[in-house]
Design a protein around this ligand. Structure first.
Ligand SMILES: Nc1ncnc2c1ncn2[C@@H]1O[C@H](COP(=O)(O)OP(=O)(O)OP(=O)(O)O)[C@@H](O)[C@H]1O
Length: 299
C-alpha cells in the first residue's frame, strides 16, 4: 500500500480572478521515501500539503494518507502526520521548551516519551531552551519546528519549504536530519524551491502552475533530458543572450551562473568567439525544458 495516494486532485481559489492552484494531480508515495515537491512560488505545493494534512478540502479528486481519506477520515490522519508549515507557525512568545511541551500536550504525550526521535535535533537547541521562539535564528526556528512536528511520533512528515531563508550550513544539517528520520521508517514529503535539494530526495515531482511536469528519481529525470545541452560563455553574456535568442537554429537559451545554457535545433553549431562545451543537464535544466514544453503545448 502506498503511504500517500493522490488521485485527480484539483483545487481552485475563488476571488476576483479564479486561481487554478491544483489541476488534476496524481501521485503515489511509498513507505519510507523522501519525496520532494520541487517548484517555484505559486506552483501549488502548499495547497497540496494543506489538502494532505486535512486543512483544506479539494474541489475534485480523492487522496489518502496511510490509507485514510483526507476528507472523511481526517481525525485518523491528524494523529499520524507531522506538519511543518512554510511560515514559522510556533508561538513566538513561548520559549523553546514551552513550545515543545505545548505540542506534546496537544497530542497527549510528553517530551520524554518520544525523546529518542527528536534527540539528535533537540540537543542542538537545548542550550537555548529558555529563549523565546521569536528570538531564535532561522536555523534554530527550523529545528524547533521540526521537533514540534515530530513530538507525537508521526509516521508521515510533511515539510513545506523547511529550508527557505536558512543559511547553507543549517540547510545541510537539516537534510542530514531528514536522512536519519528516514532510517526510522518515517515517510517524508518535503517541498523546496532549491533545485540542489532535489538531488537529495529519493524521488521528486517537478511542479509548475498547479501541474506536475514529471515524477521520477532525480537521476532518471536528468537522464530523460532529450537534447544536447551546451554551456557557452563570452565577455558579454547579456549581449550574447540577446544575439543567440534571435537565432533561428537555437531552441532555448538562458543564463545559468556565469554561463548560458543553450539547446540547438541543428547538429551543426556555427558560433565563434566564445567558450563552448557540451554539459550534462541538471534538475534545473530539466525543469526549464519541461516548463517550456508545457507552455508550448498550451499555446
Ligand atoms: N487562500 C488563497 N486565496 C487565493 N489564492 C490563493 C490562496 N492560496 C494560494 N493561492 C494561490 O494559489 C496558487 C498556488 O499557491 P500555493 O501557495 O499552493 O503555491 P506554492 O507552490 O506553495 O507557492 P508559495 O511558496 O508561494 O506558497 C498561487 O497562485 C497562490 O497565489
Amino acid at each position: 500500500m502506498n503511504v500517500i495516494s493522490v488521485k485527480n486532485i484539483s483545487k481552485n481559489y475563488l476571488g476576483k480572478k479564479v486561481v487554478n492552484a491544483l489541476k488534476d494531480i496524481n501521485l503515489e508515495i511509498n513507505k519510507g521515501e523522501i519525496f520532494g515537491l520541487i517548484g517555484p512560488d505559486g506552483a501549488g505545493k502548499t495547497s497540496l500539503f494543506r489538502i494532505l494534512t486535512t486543512l483544506l478540502i479539494p474541489d475534485q479528486g480523492t487522496a489518502t494518507v496511510e490509507g485514510f481519506d483526507v476528507v472523511n477520515e481526517f481525525r485518523e490522519i491528524r494523529s499520524r502526520v507531522g506538519y511543518m508549515p512554510g511560515k514559522f507557525s510556533l508561538y513566538q512568545d513561548l520559549s523553546i521548551e514551552e513550545n515543545l511541551n505545548f505540542f506534546a500536550h496537544v497530542f497527549n504525550t510528553t517530551i520524554e516519551e518520544n525523546y529518542d526521535l527528536i534527540k539528535d535535533i533537540y540537543v542542538q537547541i537545548e542550550p537555548f531552551k529558555k529563549r523565546k521562539a521569536g528570538n531564535l535564528s532561522g536555523g534554530m526556528k527550523q529545528k524547533l519546528a521540526l521537533c514540534c512536528s515530530l513530538i507525537h511520533k508521526p509516521s508521515v512528515l510533511f515539510l513545506d519549504e523547511p529550508t527557505t531563508g536558512v543559511d547553507p550550513v543549517s540547510r545541510k544539517e537539516f537534510w542530514d536530519m531528514l536522512t536519519r528520520l528516514k532510517q526510522q521508517n518515517i515517510t517524508i514529503m518535503v517541498s523546496t524551491p532549491y533545485m540542489d535539494e532535489a538531488g537529495l530526495c529519493d524521488r521528486i515531482a517537478l511542479m509548475q502552475s498547479g501541474e506536475i511536469l514529471s515524477v521520477n528519481t532525480p537521476i532518471k529525470i536528468t537522464k530523460q533530458y532529450p537534447d544536447k545541452l551546451y554551456a557557452i560563455k563570452s565577455d558579454n553574456n547579456y549581449q550574447l543572450l540577446e544575439n543567440l535568442r534571435k537565432r533561428e537554429e537555437i531552441s532555448s537559451c538562458y543564463i545559468f551562473g556565469e554561463y548560458l545554457h543553450v539547446n540547438f535545433k541543428t547538429e551543426k553549431i556555427n558560433i565563434s568567439g566564445v567558450e563552448i562545451h557540451e554539459i550534462e543537464p541538471g534538475i534545473e535544466d530539466c525543469f526549464i525544458y519541461l516548463m517550456n514544453r508545457n507552455e508550448g503545448n498550451r499555446n
